[in-house]
Design a protein around this ligand. Structure first.
Ligand code: HEC
Ligand code: HEC
Ligand code: HEC
Length: 107
């Protein structure tokens, strides 16, 4: 009887492991970009997906591939409305061109 319970919980434990590992991270998790000449930019999947309710397909694959560093981003592309600038344009979200907003991304 006791033995069954012990094995039972062991099996449950093993089953729960991969599930909890997936639950911890939303999409690609937090990703840090390290541009030359500016401080680091951290992109949070959790903020964009969970808090702001954006769908994976809103960004993948129209704006971004699913691999960090799949595109070379820079500010001139962002201010023209590519990559982060597709939304961070003062309409869908805060504007990359406004100097008040630099520090929202560059920390
Ligand atoms: C607001 C935009 C946005 C949304 C929404 C989004 N992602 Fe991402 N995702 C990104 C960006 C940006 C990258 C990095 C791309 C690059 O560097 O070229 C990325 C990269 C990834 C990666 C690769 C991570 C790595 O370490 O290389 C995975 C996996 C991923 N996303 C999964 C998802 C899933 C699953 C969802 C939905 C739950 C999702 N993403 C929603 C923007 C987004
Ligand atoms: C929505 C987020 C975001 C905002 C807001 C933002 N940036 Fe950036 N910035 C980035 C990203 C992403 C990169 C490219 C990271 C990389 O190298 O992959 C970058 C790169 C840079 C670079 C490196 C050189 C270049 O031209 O790309 C400089 C300098 C820079 N930003 C300055 C600024 C200034 C100044 C502001 C405010 C007027 C600003 N950024 C606002 C996300 C942002
Ligand atoms: C599909 C649209 C979309 C794309 C693409 C996108 N964002 Fe956002 N982002 C949003 C929205 C919407 C918000 C919420 C803005 C608000 O509340 O004003 C947000 C919020 C943020 C915030 C503030 C987070 C907080 O703590 O509230 C940061 C920083 C940010 N984004 C960085 C980035 C960077 C860096 C990229 C490119 C790698 C990017 N975003 C691409 C839509 C997007």
């Amino acid at each position: 009887m006791r033995k069954t319970i012990v094995w039972g919980s062991l099996v449950l434990f093993c089953l729960a492991m991969p599930l909890s590992a997936i639950a911890q991270k939303v999409g690609g998790g937090d990703m840090t970009f390290k541009p030359k000449g500016a401080s680091d930019v951290t992109f949070s999947h959790e903020v964009h997906v969970k808090t702001k309710g954006l769908k994976c397909t809103g960004c993948h694959y129209q704006v971004f591939q699913m691999t960090q560093g799949s595109y070379k981003m820079d500010m001139s592309k962002l201010t023209k409305g590519d990559f982060c600038g597709k939304c961070h344009n003062g309409q869908k979200s805060f504007d990359v061109k406004d100097t008040k907003n630099c520090a929202k991304c560059h920390k």
